[in-house]
Design a binder for this molecule. Structure first.
Ligand code: ATP
Ligand code: MG
Length: 319
């Protein structure tokens, strides 16, 4: 089978190290091997908040981050949800394929409701995983490089594809999630590193900002640095260094020995800053005008693809 890669992000803020090791690193690799679509999930911003915020600014920043990590717009179709009305048309038949009970059970939706800033949980919060099914299936995506929080959503997509094929006609491939090297990177507060939770090391952060963030991270009182599950704060910092240095966390712990939290933080700061240096450098190479052009071209390509799939869906359904 010829694989097609689809993945995406919400334009809610700058990308962080969790994105990099959860999904971006795989994208950069896979873009040379397969056709790839990267979705800017702008409508998804209003799943857990009432207003989209600085949406244009965030979309521009997201694109600049993509270019900085090495996504190549000549290879990858980068597009935004709101520019492809066919995605919303696919949503309707897809919604008819899942039950309310299935929507309610989704553990990621439950977690996001717990962190939501909305007064009341909206219908969109429950249905956006089905919207994601449309995002993945419109281009007949088969490989979805994502972090662990997305696994329940990819499961919904698989369900939708299977049920559509059974009920109407064999239209969709059944996609697979592809987890990154670190499927759930924790933030500096111990929870999932998230753009919207103030606990992230952003790819665009300066060296000083990065140092300040790591300085504030919690550790424990033991001077001897070890990599153990019962020391989650220390283990998390060691994991960060390990990912950036591409070395086992135990080795790094041994090297620090009884240097304590200060030595640990110094090492982590250097490792992260060293890792981010080429990314920071590449960010400066692109302008906002480049970004607008890349998005316009991507939107056009994605729309053509979506129109073809929607035609197939209508035909399969007898409309
Ligand atoms: P928000 O807080 O606004 O939801 P986010 O940090 O969760 O932002 P998303 O845009 O929701 O980012 O997710 C984009 C992609 O990055 C998804 O594939 C998701 O699984 C992955 N991802 C996000 N956070 C992490 C993390 N901490 N570790 C690994 N992967 C992550
Ligand atoms: Mg998220």
């Amino acid at each position: 089978m010829n694989d097609v890669v689809l993945t995406g992000d919400r334009p809610t803020g700058r990308l962080h190290l969790g994105h990099y090791f959860g999904s971006l690193a795989n994208r950069v690799k896979l873009q040379h091997e397969y056709p790839m679509y990267v979705l800017i999930a702008d409508y998804q911003v209003i799943t857990d908040r009432d207003l989209p915020g600085q949406i244009q600014r965030n979309i521009t920043d997201l694109l600049l981050d993509y270019l900085a990590v090495g996504l190549d717009p000549a290879k990858v179709t980068i597009f935004q949800h709101s520019a492809i009305p066919e995605l919303n048309q696919l949503l309707l038949p897809f919604l008819s394929l899942v039950s309310v009970a299935e929507l309610r059970r989704n553990p990621t939706v439950k977690d996001e409701i717990a962190h939501s800033s909305q007064q009341a949980v909206s219908g969109l919060m429950f249905t956006y995983p089905v919207h994601q099914a449309a995002d993945i299936l419109f281009c007949k995506g088969t490989l979805v490089p994502v972090g662990k929080d997305q696994l329940p959503h990819v499961e919904v997509t698989r369900l939708v594809a299977r049920r559509f094929n059974e009920r109407y006609a064999e239209v969709f491939p059944i996609p697979e999630a592809m987890l990154g090297e670190q499927p759930l990177l924790k933030g500096l507060d111990g929870g999932k590193m998230s753009k919207s939770r103030g606990n992230a090391i952003e790819l665009a952060a300066t060296e000083d900002e990065t140092a300040a963030l790591i300085r504030k991270a919690r550790t424990d009182a033991m001077r001897l640095i070890t990599y153990e599950t019962h020391r989650p704060e220390v283990a998390n910092l060691l994991t960060l260094a390990s990912l950036c240095l591409d070395r086992p966390p135990q080795d790094i712990a041994d090297e620090i020995g009884d240097g304590g939290a200060a030595a640990l933080k110094r090492l982590v700061t250097e490792a992260v800053n060293e890792f981010l240096r080429p990314i920071r450098q590449r960010r400066g190479e692109h302008t906002e005008a480049d970004v607008r052009q890349i998005l316009a071209a991507g939107n056009e390509r994605a729309r053509e693809r979506a129109i073809r799939t929607l035609d197939e869906v209508r035909e399969a359904m007898g409309f």
